[in-house]
Design a protein around this ligand. Structure first.
Ligand code: MG
Length: 171
């Protein structure tokens, strides 16, 4: 039997993975924004910025992959310049940091934990907005959503959580 020829790869190409997560407490009367998309709901995250946990988790995954610190270092909550900033601005800033360091994004995968409301109808727009902010294609971003099955702070509807992984490459 003929064996398949292995794919030719650039031996100098470096791949790096990163992980990020974020949790925000939910409170009545706050805006719910995920991946830059406004979602109508009676509660939203409490936070210094817009509390966009999906964008924050993706920021930390990308920063982690490049070993460039974390979101708190780049966007300190004591800094007035980021007060009420759209988290898509954080993503645009990180896109520049990665470019300067010579990295490109291969793909991102994220999961949002939220008891209510159902997020499925908003996911295509989230992928679009995050892709545009990072200068990549929608196919490079996966966003999933799940509930907390009535358990923990997410399950009780008290918190919003997001986890993300990122793969970047250089060379
Ligand atoms: Mg956050």
């Amino acid at each position: 039997m003929k064996t398949k020829k292995p794919l030719q790869k650039n031996p100098h190409c470096i791949h790096r993975i990163g992980f990020g997560n974020d949790l925000h407490r939910l409170a009545a009367g706050r805006k719910l924004v995920l991946g830059g998309v406004r979602i109508p709901f009676e509660k939203g995250p409490v936070g210094h910025s817009d509390g966009d946990a999906l964008s924050h988790a993706i920021c930390d995954a990308l920063l982690g992959a490049a070993a460039l610190g974390d979101i708190g270092r780049h966007f300190p909550d004591t800094s007035p310049s980021w007060r009420n900033a759209s988290s898509l601005a954080f993503l645009r800033y990180i896109r520049e940091l990665l470019q300067e360091a010579g990295y490109v994004i291969v793909n991102l995968d994220a999961t949002i934990g939220l008891e209510r409301p159902k997020l499925a109808p908003y996911i295509p727009k989230m992928r679009e907005k995050v892709a545009r902010a990072l200068g990549i294609s929608v196919e490079q971003i996966s966003v999933k959503a799940k509930t907390g099955e009535g358990q923990d702070a997410v399950g009780r509807g008290e918190a919003l959580r997001a986890d993300a992984t990122a793969l970047i490459e250089k060379g």
